[in-house]
Structures are given as structure tokens and as C-alpha cells.
Write a protein that binds this ligand. Structure first.
Ligand code: MN
Length: 713
């Protein structure tokens, strides 16, 4: 069994300043948390996190990653919470562990064409910290190395997932050695027969193959000396999965594969890579179409190398890879190479660089089957339109950018949305208008008695939440209107000694209901509550005689009855309280629309009035209205005249207004610094045509530059 001292020794080997105490504490913490737990193999569970951290140490990862490796299963598999980890080891490490816990709950799609989606989920889950994935890969690698302890069906499932998700991710992150090991381990469990057969054949042929390659290497070395290059030459045994792939894709038998071993040349400079290539091509004939220049055009995972295949001695094909030491390090370690000097103080901006690199890599990758769709969604800020949040159970939910806890609540269930009173994000209370960030864990707080607020419409983002909210607000308003209307009707009926119950039995009730296109008194009450119908009107239709009698009496008592302002006909309904809005001052000729206020009758606006826009959620209360110009009425309109500031200009403008038959009910004058005057008037006009005549007249006054009608407040 490995022990923590071995781990520490290894870490100090590449990072002499490492905080050894921290590693020891993490080990003890993990030992405590996993106390008594055993792996399927019967070994103490603690061995697993220790091995994972050893893998991370071999990747020369920073101390935070090593510590997180030791702790990676504590929150997932024991009673330890993320807060415990934060208290003991700080936020940075707790975030890594939390990322891993979240990642372990992500369900990946198993079909190969969904790889882009899986990779996406992976990137999302890690937040901005790619170390989460590196630790996850180390975790998976150790699990694969110890897979034999599990049942056959588990072996297959985990290997399938490794082959489809983790090996490609290792590849995209440029960690060549890990990709190879994961692929070979997966093959071993997915196709045990193929694997055993391959292993046997390779070992049989290896001696022969090795001998051949050794001869080729000798020739290359000799020539390198002659040319005076600074280069090393190695034989490179191909891994099982790549041999298997070659047999599958090219449809050939094992016996037909000659190049079980390739040759790798490491040199010092880019120029020497090309020079070495030239030398190889001058020694043997290159196979057409097999030369690849990944130095000039690096792969999406930053892999750089020259590849070529030549017809070697005896007519056998030999593959060459030529690269610099630096390129080789990148090919083996990929993104992990960036941590090399992290703890030595060279890495202030490294995190940023790595993130940019990852982003670029994602943008560059072209080898995915549905990469187009993938690229579309990751172009700018990785994911510009969406955020990914987690439910308390760890499910990932995709939300529109700008989505709030209310959107989240409605996305789960309408009732949860309606009853939402608060929310916690990452364990802390947030306002309901809080906008999610990717990686947030969201918990909605509900109260069964709660009714949604109209104000929510100002910040909800998703169409679903908006629609549900409008619906529930409308229903609630209807309920309230019914309540009010019902009371008003009952009160009115009471005055003439009847009641809703009594009226329900009346012969002509049906007739009256039909007139308002409603099916019963309840619906009629709603109309009254909305202000569309007055209780008096209903009464008048049901009991014309008694109302008439009462009205005559009223007339006698108070001859100065309030006159309903005329000038506007409301479609289908007459005798209703109408008033003109102060905000947009419509005049006959303007397009108008009526809005049923609560208890103040109908207010008349222009459709463009900003107030109407604000009320847009309640379309039901808008009514069609028309001008009725049979009554000679004037309407106030505000106009603004800008003029050159000269003596007597106010008098001239006022005169032109009155001469066109309009009365001025209010005037204001102000001067500006650039020798201009602004004259604001309220003029009473008959209609739009009249207003236009006034404006034209004013425009003709000397010194007037512009005349505008003022809308809004
Ligand atoms: Mn684990």
C-alpha cells in the first residue's frame, strides 16, 4: 500500500517549497472521513485517494490539486460537507472538491455523436478551473487500473464511458500518455478476447519487430552524427488500442501490420525538426500522403510534431515522429504541463492563460461529428446565451443567461414558481432577481400560501416563467375583480330591496346576461370588478321601472348631477365613466384606446402612450373606443415652440395661436444659453386637424425654428 510519505517525497522532488503539513493534514482528514470504508477489492478505501494524488504528483500538479485529490471523495462518500473542507483547507481546495462532487453527478450521454455535448457538460461543471477535470481524470485512471474487482457489467459500463468520454477528453487536453492508458484499459474490459489475443500476438512478434526497429535506429543515429544534429532517437511501441483501431478501420489482419513499433526523434529546434525530416526522406522513400506537418499547423489540442512514413530497409513501412523536447512535453502532458512551475511563483497569470487555451482549443476542434452545433454555442464567452446551474440533487439545468431563481422555480413546476418566496444560491440567501452564474447550486424556498408578485414580470427572463406568471396574475386579478364586483352588485341590488339570489330566479336575467355575453352572474361580477360595467347599468336593465323612479327622485333632489364627459364612444357599452389621460392628451383624429381602470372608469390614451406599454400585461382591460365628435368639445394639447430669443416673440406666437381659433390655457417660457427660447403651451383644440392648423400657423411666425406636440409627461 502506498503511503503519504511516499507521496510527499515525490511532491518535494519537483516542488521543494511544497507545504508538506497541508498534504499530511489532508491525508489525515481523508483517513478520518473514510474510516472503516472498503473498496470492492477489499482494500481500505483510503488507498484510492492516495493513488489518485500520486497520479497527480506524477503529473507535477500544484499542491491544491494534490490535496484535492486526497479529499476528492470525502464529500461524495462520507458525512463530510463542503463547508467542513472549506474551513479546514480554504475556499480554493473546497471549490475543487465541490467541482468533483458535482461532476460525479453529471450524467453523460453514451452515444458517440454526443461527445461534444459531454465535453460541454464537463467544461461547465469544472467552472473556470480545469484542475477539476485533471483530478477527475486521475480518479478515473485509478478506477480503471483497479476495475477487475468489479462485476462484469460494471466493468463494461465504466469502460464504455471511459472510452467515449474520458479518453477523448484526455486527448483534447493533450495528455497523450493518459489517453493511451485509458484506451488500452477500456479495450481490455470491453473486448477481453481481442485484447488477450492482441497481447499474445504482439509479444510473439515483438522480438522480431524490435530487432528490425533497432537496426533502423542505428542507421538514423549514424546519419544524425554525420549531419551534426543534436537529436535523440527512440523506438516507440504502439499501444494496443491504436493497433486494434488500425485493424478495424483498414480491415486488415494483425499479421499485415508491420509497424508495431514506430520511431521518435527529439531534437532541439523547430528548424532541426524539418532538417531531420529531410534527412529521413533522403535515406528512404516516403509513402505518399503520409506526411503530416503538425508543427506548421498544430492540432486543436496544441499537439505539434512532424509525422512521416517511409519504406524502410527490406521494404517495410516505418513511421517517424519528429519534434522538439518542448513539443514532446506538450504531447505527453498537454494542459497539465502548465502547472510545472505554478507553485514556484511563475504562475500569476497562468490560470488565465490556461482558460484561454482551453477556450481556443474548444473553438478549434473540428474533429467532432456535431462540432458545428457545438461551435455555435461556444464561440464567444464559451457559452454566451446560457448558464448551467445545479439542483440541490446535483442535476444540471440549462437556463437562459440572465435567468433568476423565479425562472428556475417555474422551470421545475408551475406550483413551485407560484409559491416561490426566496432562494439560496450556493447555500446563501439571494434576492429573487439574482442572475445565475454557471455552476451555481440553486435551492428554491416555497410557501404554500404565497401569491406571485406582479413585480416579478420586471425581471423574469424565460418565456415559460413569463407566461405562467401572467396567467396566475390574471387569474388572481379575476378572482379579486369577481370579489369586488360581487359586493358592488349585491350592494346595488340591496338598495332596491332585492338580492343576487332573488335575481337569479328572474325571467329576464338570461336576456341581460346575453347582452353582456356572459354565462352567469359570477362572470358579470368580474366585468363589474374590472370596471367594464357599472352595477347601476345592470340594475337598470333588470328593473327599468324602479331605477327610473329612483333617478327622477335623484334629479329632483340634486339637479346638478355630474355629467359624464362625452366625446368618446366605448364599443358596445355606453354610459360609462370616461376620462382623458394626462400623459398623452389625445385629441379627435388621434388613434385612441381605452383602459379600464379599477374604480375610475375608462381612461383614454393613444396606443403609443408609454403608460399603456407599462400596462401591457393586462390586455384584457384594454377596450376599443371611438371618437364621438357630435358634441362640441375641446381637448387640451401641449405644444413646445423653440424660437430665437428676441423681444416680442411670445406675443407673436400667442397671437398666431389664438388667431387660429384655439384657446391658450397655460404658457411657460424659458431661455437657453445659446440665445434660444422654449415656449411651452397648453392649447385647447377641437381635433387633430385643428391642432395641425395651429402648428402650421405658429411655424410661420418669424423667429420660430420648430414646433412639436408634447406626448408623455
Ligand atoms: Mn474517486
Amino acid at each position: 500500500m502506498p503511503n503519504v510519505e511516499g507521496l510527499i517525497k515525490y511532491v518535494i522532488g519537483y516542488n521543494p517549497q511544497a507545504d508538506v503539513g497541508l498534504i499530511r493534514r489532508a491525508y489525515e482528514f481523508s483517513a478520518n472521513a473514510h474510516q472503516g470504508q472498503l473498496r470492492k477489492s477489499g482494500e481500505p478505501f483510503l488507498k484510492h485517494p492516495l493513488e489518485v494524488s500520486l497520479i497527480l504528483a506524477r503529473m507535477n500538479m500544484d499542491i491544491a490539486s494534490i490535496v484535492a485529490g486526497l479529499l476528492h471523495d470525502t464529500v461524495e462518500d462520507s458525512l463530510t460537507t463542503s463547508e467542513d473542507v472549506a474551513k479546514e483547507f480554504g475556499r480554493d481546495i473546497a471549490d475543487l472538491v465541490e467541482g468533483l462532487t458535482k461532476l460525479s453527478k453529471v450524467e453523460f450521454m453514451s452515444r458517440e455523436e454526443k461527445q461534444a455535448e459531454n465535453f460541454r457538460k464537463m467544461i461547465i461543471s469544472m467552472g473556470k478551473d480545469v484542475r477539476v477535470i485533471l483530478i477527475k481524470l486521475a480518479d478515473r485512471l485509478h478506477n480503471m487500473r483497479t476495475l477487475s474487482a468489479l462485476s462484469i457489467s460494471q466493468q463494461k459500463r465504466i469502460s464504455q464511458e471511459t472510452m467515449e468520454i474520458y479518453a477523448p477528453i484526455a486527448n483534447r487536453l493533450g495528455i497523450g500518455w493518459m489517453k493511451i492508458e485509458l484506451e488500452d484499459l477500456s479495450l481490455r474490459y470491453l473486448k477481453p478476447d481481442v485484447y488477450t489475443d492482441l497481447a499474445k500476438k504482439v509479444s510473439l512478434k515483438k522480438a522480431e519487430s524490435d530487432k528490425y526497429i533497432q537496426d533502423v535506429i542505428e542507421i538514423v543515429k549514424k546519419n544524425i552524427k554525420i549531419y551534426g544534429f543534436n537529436a535523440e532517437v527512440y523506438g516507440r511501441t504502439k499501444h494496443f488500442y491504436s493497433i486494434y483501431q488500425k485493424m478495424e478501420t483498414q480491415g486488415i489482419a494483425f499479421e499485415e501490420i508491420y509497424d508495431l513499433t514506430g520511431i521518435r526523434i527529439l531534437t532541439d529546434t523547430k528548424v532541426n525538426c524539418y532538417a531531420t525530416l529531410g534527412m529521413i526522406h533522403s535515406l528512404w522513400t516516403p509513402v505518399p500522403g503520409r506526411f503530416k506537418d503538425y508543427i506548421g499547423v498544430p492540432k486543436s489540442n496544441m499537439y505539434q510534431s512532424l509525422h512521416t512514413t517511409v519504406i524502410g530497409p527490406g521494404g517495410h513501412r516505418v513511421e517517424f515522429q519528429i519534434r522538439t523536447d518542448e513539443m514532446h512535453q506538450m504531447a505527453e502532458e498537454g494542459i497539465a504541463a502548465h502547472w510545472k512551475y505554478k507553485d514556484k511563483g511563475h504562475a500569476e497569470t497562468k490560470d488565465n492563460q490556461i482558460y484561454n487555451w482551453l477556450r481556443q482549443m474548444v473553438e478549434w476542434q473540428k474533429d467532432l461529428s456535431d462540432s458545428k452545433q457545438f461551435l455555435d454555442s461556444v464561440k464567444v464567452d464559451l457559452f454566451p446565451d446560457v448558464v448551467y446551474v445545479f439542483t440541490p440533487k446535483g442535476d444540471v439545468k440549462e437556463m437562459m443567461r440572465g435567468a433568476t431563481p423565479v425562472d428556475f422555480a417555474y422551470s421545475i413546476h408551475t406550483e413551485i414558481g407560484n409559491q416561490c418566496v426566496g432562494a439560496k444560491v450556493n447555500g446563501k440567501m439571494v434576492p429573487l432577481r439574482y442572475q445565475f452564474k454557471s455552476g451555481d447550486t440553486v435551492e428554491v424556498i416555497t410557501n404554500t400560501n404565497h401569491v406571485p408578485s406582479k413585480d416579478w414580470l420586471k425581471f423574469v427572463k424565460t418565456p415559460r416563467a413569463r407566461a405562467k406568471l401572467k396567467h396566475v396574475i390574471k387569474t388572481e386579478e379575476r378572482r379579486r375583480s369577481h370579489e369586488i364586483g360581487h359586493k358592488l352588485i349585491e350592494k346595488e341590488f340591496h338598495r332596491i330591496g332585492t338580492s343576487i339570489t332573488a335575481v337569479n330566479k328572474l325571467e329576464n336575467l338570461r336576456h341581460v346576461l346575453n347582452e353582456y355575453s356572459v354565462k352567469d352572474i359570477d362572470e358579470l361580477s368580474v366585468l363589474v370588478g374590472y370596471g367594464k360595467v357599472s352595477p347601476r347599468q345592470i340594475l337598470k336593465k333588470l328593473f327599468p321601472e324602479s331605477v327610473e323612479k329612483e333617478e327622477t327622485k335623484e334629479k329632483e333632489e340634486s339637479p346638478k348631477r355630474v355629467r359624464v364627459p362625452g366625446g368618446v364612444k366605448v364599443r358596445g357599452i355606453d354610459d360609462i365613466l370616461v376620462h382623458f389621460s394626462k400623459c398623452c392628451n389625445p385629441v379627435p383624429g388621434d388613434k385612441i384606446i381605452g383602459y379600464i381602470t379599477r374604480g375610475r372608469g375608462i381612461s383614454i390614451h393613444t396606443p403609443a402612450c408609454p403608460n399603456i406599454d407599462e400596462l401591457d400585461y393586462d390586455k384584457e382591460r384594454l377596450v376599443q373606443v371611438d371618437w364621438d365628435t357630435t358634441e362640441p368639445i375641446t381637448y387640451p394639447v401641449r405644444i413646445s415652440v423653440s424660437t430665437i430669443d428676441r423681444p416680442g416673440v411670445l406675443a407673436s406666437v400667442s397671437a398666431s395661436i389664438t388667431s387660429s381659433g384655439a384657446n391658450i390655457s397655460h404658457a411657460e417660457i424659458s431661455t437657453t444659453e445659446d440665445k434660444r427660447a422654449i415656449l411651452n403651451f397648453v392649447v385647447d383644440v377641437k381635433d387633430l386637424a385643428h391642432l395641425e392648423r395651429v402648428i402650421q400657423k405658429v411655424e410661420q411666425v418669424r423667429g420660430v425654428e420648430q414646433v412639436r406636440r408634447l406626448m408623455g409627461r
